[in-house]
Ligand binder design. Structure first.
Ligand code: PGA
Ligand code: ZN
Length: 421
């Protein structure tokens, strides 16, 4: 069975912005579609997403955000090279990598390459008669990752109502994914109800979280812990907090500036600030507490933090194997956020994740703030045995598509639930 046709075209993501889709047809007539996500608080070291701003391809109504050039690269340059080949993601990714030839896929665009890489993976799984999760792990029980779910949003996702990007919950005491999701929905509903008491209608942020103003990070944490208690769950043993500080967003020339709490910090002052925050609040995981190139702060904090704390690198690593290797060697962080479009190819992303797993780093597979209704992320996280998955909140079809797929996997496949903490 071989690739008969492959067409790239523009669709919309959850922010209503253009993104790339690919529909691939195999010689048996079956059709396989994949759509790529897009970030807002992107790291400088991510693979390059090609957009049309400043080119003749730009559609004026999309303010330079159209992706016509990426689609043309698929249809005119890449597709002719792939027609007639078997849908093998490892072999096709080698070809895609070679066709682009740049380290960050700036020639053809990571968005065009990833759409193809994903469509080929889906086609390969279908050809093998398996789900995408089972395709990557053919034998044994699948591991359903623990969800890390957004309750409060700030930063670039919520008009900067808070300086930090996410206050999330980790259902570390749940015994199944199905149970964990019911807990989280209750907490999210309680937060929406109590948030309404703030007076103004709260903003629903890009990832479905609540955009509420808080006078401090501690106050935001205390609001969420009060909701955990109010729904009858135990803080710490059943549900804990996770934060995405996304600090690159408010770091400039050696200074961390938090405007909503009106404070500025040097790197070493910010290490102390974060150290106190994780000691005072029931936090199990902290993401991007320091800026993407502030390696010294990461190393200092990792050395002194409690061993039980998950220190998670997103913009720090950008799902890039070299940056991960540096982090492992320099003992910066102990966990990696895996975003497939930061990398650009499915099999390369899996290699990054496997490298992290063999260094005993925890792995958190993550969506982007601009998503689609596609659910491949849930299958990849499960088939790759990631310990956690981060998809935003429980609102919006772009988010529930992934949660609902995990609910489906839990009942249709032989699975166990990850208990990473
Ligand atoms: P992004 O945010 O998709 O806007 O980059 C997600 C995150 O920072 O984890
Ligand atoms: Zn992040």
């Amino acid at each position: 069975m071989s690739i008969k046709s492959l067409v790239g075209y523009q669709v919309l993501d959850s922010r209503g912005r253009p993104t790339v889709a690919v529909s691939l047809t195999l010689s048996d007539g079956s059709s396989h579609t994949a759509r790529v996500p897009s970030g807002a608080s992107t790291g400088a070291h991510e693979a390059k997403e090609l957009r049309d701003a400043g080119t003749a391809y730009a559609d004026k109504f999309y303010e330079g955000k159209s992706v016509n050039l990426a689609c043309e690269n698929i249809n005119k340059i890449i597709a002719p090279e792939l027609i007639g080949l078997a849908p093998d993601p490892w072999a096709i990714d080698v070809i895609l990598n070679g066709l682009d030839g740049t380290p960050n896929f700036s020639k053809l665009g990571a968005n065009s390459l990833l759409a193809i890489s994903l469509a080929v993976s889906k086609a390969a799984a279908a050809k093998a008669g398996k789900s995408l999760a089972r395709y990557f792990q053919p034998e044994g029980k699948l591991l359903i990752p623990m969800p890390m779910v957004n309750i409060l949003s700030g930063g670039a996702h919520a008009n900067r109502t808070m300086d930090i990007q996410d206050v999330l919950v980790l259902p570390n005491g749940a015994s199944s994914f199905t149970e964990s999701l019911s807990w989280i929905v209750a907490i999210r509903e309680c937060a929406a109800k109590n948030g309404a008491k703030f007076g103004t209608t709260h903003l629903i942020a890009d990832e479905g979280g609540l955009g509420l103003p808080f006078a401090s990070i501690d106050a935001a944490c205390e609001f969420v812990t009060s909701c955990i208690e109010e729904v009858g769950l135990k803080v710490g043993t059943q549900v804990s907090l996770a934060l995405d500080i996304a600090s690159t967003q408010f770091f400039d020339s050696g200074t961390y500036s938090l405007p909503t709490i009106n404070q500025e910090f040097t790197s070493s002052q910010f290490v102390k600030f974060i150290t106190k925050l994780v000691a005072d609040q029931p936090i199990l995981s902290i993401e991007d507490p320091f800026a993407e190139d502030d390696w010294a702060a990461w190393a200092e904090f990792t050395d002194s933090a409690p061993a039980s704390l998950q220190i998670l690198g997103d913009d720090l690593f950008t799902t890039n194997i070299e940056r991960l290797r540096r982090g492992i060697g320099d003992k910066c962080a102990n966990a990696i956020l895996i975003k497939v479009n930061q990398n650009g190819l499915v099999t390369h992303t899996r290699d990054v994740l496997a490298t992290a797993q063999s260094a005993n780093f925890k792995t958190v597979v993550s969506a982007r703030s601009g998503e689609t209704e596609d659910s491949w992320l849930a299958d990849l996280a499960t088939g790759w045995r990631a310990s956690q998955i981060k998809v935003g909140s429980t609102h919006g079809a772009d988010r529930t598509a992934k949660w609902n797929r995990l609910l489906e996997l839990e009942v249709t496949e032989a699975t166990e639930f990850a208990r990473p903490f």
